[in-house]
Design a protein around this ligand. Structure first.
Ligand SMILES: Cc1cc2nc3c(=O)[nH]c(=O)nc-3n(C[C@H](O)[C@H](O)[C@H](O)COP(=O)(O)OP(=O)(O)OC[C@H]3O[C@@H](n4cnc5c(N)ncnc54)[C@H](O)[C@@H]3O)c2cc1C
Length: 361
């Protein structure tokens, strides 16, 4: 069987690896990262970055399960590709007792190595963090931290290539059961998986998913501050804006950047033009400043040398679970990471591959 995967992002590249590994012919179709966002006219993606938080702990049983399954295969993906992407620096979630109890319930039976920390324990372990009153913590020292989404995509694609997958670096202009059109060709296959993130609805000619504008802020960290924050884990904190902060991560410019995000509002991007314009705009400067205020609340004495902000998008389904299903014979959709689709993308790709190959378990 020949299966085309449209969208060479986190979920699509994972699906390509799993389909190829199962012994089928695979064509992975999608563009690479644009070099100049402001001038780019085509599709962007939600993985053009070096840091995504990864953890098994989650309040939602589905995400705990698919994250645990994915994280337990990180070694396999690195081995099959030779491309490292995972930094095991730990992950901490803090919140009210209800929030922490929900994590415990969601991860029951998943064999997650999580340590409960009370306020004193948090202060002793992470003295540089100002944890809100009333919060306790769930801390995973192992099998958690951050991944480079760029490198995970590269790793999945390299592993898929070694299993025989073929890559076409083009945007699809049309998809139908068993057929994909690009500017240069029409490709006939047995089945098509559409995994085009925020561009999925546009390709499928429908309006099912919500794409939200997100701004992330980066703070440049010098050697002394990096040393002070050396034990910092990836951090998710219960809050109205769902704040998350990564420890300093080295970026391709050679510098260490501490990145955070958090969204007091969900700003809908209604169509492909709005999404493209958002990426080309460079993001929301006021939201960038808001995030700097927020990071200083959580790490009050953070010493940073420069800062900037960047746009991204997250893609949401109505039930807040990824949409992985057969739309019609020969056409499968695998989209909607719901802001959490990087760490668990390997399992989401495996599920999409299983729908396509008929090996659903
Ligand atoms: C700021 C930010 C922070 C996040 N933090 C985290 C985190 O800490 N942990 C976590 O687990 N998740 C996080 N996420 C979510 C995660 O990045 C997404 O869920 C994930 O990228 C979704 O994967 P995807 O494959 O669906 O989409 P993408 O990775 O965006 O891939 C979609 C692909 O489709 C391609 N495409 C689009 N149109 C076409 C077309 N016409 N033809 C062919 N290809 C096309 C694009 O080029 C792209 O490569 C974050 C997201 C954002 C924006």
């Amino acid at each position: 069987m020949t299966i085309a995967v449209v969208g060479a992002g986190l979920i699509g590249s994972a699906a390509a690896r799993h389909v190829a590994k199962a012994g089928h012919e695979v064509v992975l179709i999608g563009p690479g990262e644009p070099t100049d966002f402001a001038a780019h006219q085509g599709a962007f993606a939600s993985h053009y970055d070096e840091g995504r938080i990864t953890r098994m702990n989650d309040r939602r049983p589905f995400y705990a399960r698919v994250s645990a399954a994915s994280i337990r295969r990180y070694d396999e993906i690195e081995r099959e590709s030779g491309v490292p992407f995972f930094t095991e620096c730990g992950a901490l979630m803090t919140g009210s007792s209800d929030y922490i109890a929900a994590i415990g319930a969601a991860t029951a039976g998943l064999d997650v190595e999580s340590e409960a920390l009370d306020a004193e324990g948090l202060a002793a372990r992470f003295p540089f963090l100002a944890i809100p009153d009333g919060h306790t913590g769930a801390y995973e020292a192992r099998h958690a931290g951050h991944i480079s989404p760029r490198n995970l995509v590269a790793a999945q694609q390299e592993a898929a290539r070694r299993h025989g997958a073929v890559r076409i670096v083009e945007e699809a202009t049309g998809v139908a059961p068993g057929r994909i059109t690009t500017p240069s060709q029409t490709i006939e296959v047995d089945k098509v998986i559409v995994a085009a993130g925020g561009w999925t609805d546009d390709l499928l000619g429908r309006r099912a998913l919500d794409v939200y504008a997100r701004t992330v802020a980066f703070h440049e960290i010098g050697p002394a501050e990096a040393n002070r924050l050396a034990t910092m884990p990836s951090l998710v904190m219960e809050s109205d804006d769902d704040i998350y902060i990564l420890p300093p991560v080295r970026y391709p410019d050679g510098k260490l950047w501490l990145k955070l995000g958090g969204d007091p509002t969900d700003d809908l991007l209604p169509d492909k033009k709005a999404i493209t314009d958002w990426f080309r705009s460079g993001g929301d400067a006021a939201r960038g400043e808001y995030l700097t205020e927020r990071v200083l609340q959580v790490i009050p004495s953070l010493a940073f040398e420069s800062r900037y902000h960047k746009p991204c998008v997250t893609t949401w389904s109505q039930d807040r679970l990824p949409e992985i299903r057969r739309l019609e014979p020969g056409l499968i959709v695998a989209a909607a990471g719901n802001g959490a689709g990087a760490k668990c993308s390997d399992e989401l790709g495996r599920m999409a591959a299983a729908v396509a190959t008929g090996d659903e378990t």
